[in-house]
Write a protein that binds this ligand. Structure first.
Ligand code: ARG
Length: 469
């Protein structure tokens, strides 16, 4: 079955039919297609294109089809069509007869597919946000459970300053929280109805687009028919939100890969999310995290691919736009899978605070605190920095930590060295506590961040619970 036979009499090439079909991908839209069709039947009735009896017949046929599909998860097996819209019209003709031919009055697959793409984007954003909320909750659970654990903080992956482990976890919370708000934003922008835009110019039938928007759960009607039939911003924004979320996940994955290596040993992944080696019996590899890191590259590729498809297209609809779905489905599926696994890994992660603490002894993490203390005593920061730098050089050459310094030795590099400076050098707890600015790592500040994060997740859950499809 074709929706456009009349103009053609030549032979079809089956190889091109296969090349151009999108049913194998857009069959995922089938329930959206039925829902849009059901609402459109009412719009056509309102426009007096369909008699009430015809509208009832079509609606009954569409409902029968929806029930069939819901009953059979693999309904598409053995089916083929140019696309899902063609398939639905064909099936409807079989159930309801020739009246099915009236359904596509005043519309095009261009406004149809644009509508379904937006419905999919809106739903996918919600699914991703729900999964992200689980991950954020798992991070908060860890932060609450290990609220006093101190981690060596790294810059350039070199020891920098001590931080609370909870502070570290909350940094990822921030990233995933931004991902959620990005998804909510792109959902809000996708929330406008294309139907009624026709192929590009609108329709000659008095379709009540406002009513259609309401019936299909759209916040408003798209204001320009030309734009909306070829606008794939919702797909591009969704894929970008996925790509950036995967970048965040990939960085978390990289941290956990490093932190679970025996040289660090700060965390241990649950056996369920690790794998072994076929030759080395001792191996426990963080494959779950490596796959997330690897797949983030694929999602970045989906984004680049989609933007490249859009670039340079003449307005309005071009068949190139059919290719938006492959990128969008792949990005959403990959990201959803990755967020879900990351949440499970976080929920089952074993934490080794004693290993973190032991590691804070190395790397002269309190060097900045020493320099700051010298500043409090009146030195310019530049000379304080220089003195402490020389002290570190001395210790490093002898393989010592600050703890092993004698007062006499230290005062060769830092004039005025006393027991207070020695305490400053030794105590990572004090170093952490001193960073008492908003957003800093002091326990008081981190407790505030944690409380704010908890309120935020509760609010997110609340909002997600209230969204009606
Ligand atoms: N399968 C097409 C797509 O996904 C539907 C729109 C086709 N429209 C057209 N005029 N050929 O983009």
């Amino acid at each position: 079955m074709k929706l456009w036979g009349g103009r053609f009499s030549g032979r079809r090439d089956p190889q091109f039919e296969k090349f151009s079909e999108s049913f194998s991908l857009d069959q995922r839209f089938v329930l959206y297609d039925l829902r849009v069709n059901l609402a459109y039947v009412q719009a056509l009735r309102g426009a007096r294109v369909l008699k009430p009896r015809e509208a009832a017949l079509l609606a009954a046929g569409l409902n029968t089809l929806a029930r069939k599909i819901n009953r059979r998860p693999n309904w598409a097996k053995g089916q083929s069509a140019e696309d899902v819209h063609t398939w639905v019209e064909g099936e409807l003709a079989r159930i309801a007869g020739s009246v099915a031919g009236k359904l596509r009055t005043g519309r095009s697959r261009n406004d149809l597919v644009a509508t379904e793409m937006r419905m999919y984007a809106k739903d996918s954003a919600l699914h991703l946000m729900r999964a992200l909320a689980d991950l954020m909750e798992a991070l908060l659970h860890l932060a609450r459970g290990y609220s006093s654990a101190i981690l060596p903080g790294y810059t350039h992956l070199q020891p920098a300053q001590p931080i609370l482990f909870a502070h570290y976890l909350l940094a990822y919370f921030e990233m995933f929280s931004r991902d959620c708000s990005r998804l909510a934003d792109c959902r809000a922008r996708a929330d406008e109805l294309p139907m009624g835009a026709g192929a590009l110019a609108g329709t000659t039938f008095p379709i009540d687009r406002e009513r259609l928007a309401k019936d299909l759960g759209f916040a408003r009607v798209a204001g320009n028919s030309l734009d909306v039939t070829c606008d794939r911003d919702p797909a591009a924004e969704l894929v970008f939100a996925c790509a950036l979320c995967m970048v965040h996940l990939s960085r978390l994955a990289e941290d956990l890969i490093i932190y679970s290596s025996p040289g660090f040993g700060f965390v241990e992944l649950d056996d369920a999310y690790s794998t072994g080696s076929s030759i080395m019996p001792q191996k426990k590899n963080p494959d779950s995290m490596e796959l997330i890191r690897g797949r983030s590259g694929a999602v970045l590729g989906n984004l680049a691919g989609l933007l490249a498809i859009m670039k340079g297209l003449p307005s309005a609809y071009d068949r190139d736009l059919q290719e938006d779905k492959a990128a969008m489905f792949a990005a959403v599926d990959t990201t959803l899978g990755a967020v879900e696994i990351a949440a499970r890994v976080a929920a089952t992660l074993r934490i080794r605070p004693e290993r973190m603490k032991a590691m804070t002894e190395l790397g002269f993490l309190t060097a900045t605190d020493l320099a700051d203390e010298l500043v409090r005593r009146g030195a310019p920061f530049s000379s304080a920095h220089e003195q402490v730098g020389k002290l570190v050089q001395h210790c490093a050459a002898l393989g010592k930590t600050f703890r092993h310094l004698s007062a006499q030795e230290a005062s060769e590099f830092v004039p005025g060295w006393d027991s207070h400076l020695y305490e400053v050098a030794k105590s990572v707890e004090r170093s952490v506590a001193r960073r008492d600015v908003t957003g800093g790592t002091a326990p008081k500040q981190v407790a505030r961040q944690l409380a704010r994060a908890e309120r935020e997740v509760a609010h997110l859950r609340d909002v997600l619970g209230k969204v009606v499809k």
